[in-house]
Design a binder for this molecule. Structure first.
Ligand code: EPU
Length: 339
């Protein structure tokens, strides 16, 4: 059912009170076929939303909004490897519910991606990642609806062109497809990744010597809860900016001015620098201007303490971006989708 003038307040984790002039919630991909013939969706220009956990509305969307809520989880064994389990999820499945479900069933590989807000359909869009794992590591394929032709298309791993917080759906094919379902390759054999940050230290604190995937998941949940604001309590969309990559020469220049600057080599000649560190060094942590602020425990996360407008949060982001540029000659790029 198409709704007019739908408030998006409860559909975005920044809790911005934007309004969609036309809005529809889709629970079956076949509804997308008929939607193509309904005004104003019949111009094939839609804003497709999942959980609204990576979006900042600085204005009302100027196109109709499709909220994807396609449910369902199904499981198959892999034809090529008997330890592998192919799990296919509707795009509307809640990501963390999937992680919990997979662990309860003994299908491993998602534990480091615990407690990421949002829905399954958005995971490949931006190649979600945390604690040393990205979606690309477990992704098999997906089915997407081509808005212009009304047909379904299967995308292989290669077709998606995954990068750091990026995919073909965020770049060349932006706005052209609705992701309907995603298939991931999980395993009945744990293969734990414990190298990132303080995972090992946190496990040791709990005297866990031989962690299970559930231990890793619980530990990551605890780390996230200690640093990142719960969107149900304080509006936010996780990291606001991407961690920038700079040339090694640039990094060396910065290192002589800021000897403690962290950075790690990604590709030859390129060093990734934590944006949170850069922002934190400039004293932004806990900054607040009205209801727009910088999270007190993680400088990379901008927050809405109550009734900030998207415009106010964006203005704060611009100030942070400007000061980071002035200080380090690094232009931060938003990770969040800005409307
Ligand atoms: N740091 C500071 N001060 C801060 C924040 C970070 O000094 O206020 C330093 C930390 O001490 C650490 C480094 O920066 O040395 C990295 O911090 P952290 O491990 O918290 O991760 P991040 O680089 O800020 C990235 C992802 C997160 C993901 C974490 C964990 C991006 C843009 N963000 O954040 O993803 O959860 O790593 O893997 O890559 C998201 O995408 O929304 C998100 C939360």
């Amino acid at each position: 059912m198409i709704r007019q003038n739908q408030s998006l307040l409860n559909y975005n984790t920044f809790h911005i009170d934007a309004v969609a002039s036309s809005f529809v919630e889709v629970t079956d991909y076949r509804d997308l076929i008929s939607l193509r013939n309904s005004e104003p969706f019949d111009n094939y220009s839609w804003l497709v939303m999942g959980g609204g956990s990576n979006i900042l509305f600085t204005q009302n969307p100027d196109v109709p909004v499709v909220k994807v809520a396609i449910p369902g989880i199904s499981v198959a064994t892999s034809p090529s490897n008997s330890d592998d389990i192919m799990v296919t999820d509707g795009a509307g499945v809640n990501w963390h519910d999937l992680v919990v479900w997979s662990l309860a069933n003994g299908y491993f590989g998602l534990e480091n991606l615990s407690l990421i807000p949002g829905l399954v359909g958005a995971a490949p869009m931006q190649n979600i990642g945390a604690y040393g794992i990205e979606l690309t590591d477990v992704f098999d394929s997906l089915i997407a609806f081509d808005i212009a032709s009304g047909e379904l298309k299967t995308f292989s791993h290669d077709d998606c062109n995954f990068g750091y917080r990026s995919s073909v759906f965020k770049t060349e094919l932006k706005g052209r497809y609705v992701i309907v379902s995603v298939t991931m390759r999980l395993s009945t054999k744990p293969n734990l990744k414990l190298e990132y940050g303080d995972i090992r230290a946190k496990l040791a604190e709990q005297n866990i010597e031989n962690p299970t995937p559930l231990d890793v998941s619980n530990t990551i949940v605890a780390i996230r809860q200690s640093k990142l604001p719960d969107p149900a309590v304080i509006g936010n969309a996780g990291s606001f900016f991407k961690n920038p990559e700079i040339g090694t020469d640039h990094f060396e220049t910065l290192k002589s001015a800021y000897p403690t600057i962290p950075g790690y080599l990604t590709t030859p000649g390129k060093i990734k620098v934590p944006a949170g560190w850069l922002i934190d060094q400039l004293g932004w942590k806990g900054f607040r201007d009205g209801d727009a602020g910088v999270h007190a425990k993680q400088a990379l996360v901008l927050v809405n303490h109550g009734s900030a407008t998207g415009h106010q949060i964006y203005a704060l982001a611009k100030k942070v971006q400007h000061q980071v540029y002035q200080s380090y000659q690094i232009m931060l790029e938003p990770e969040v989708n800005i409307i």
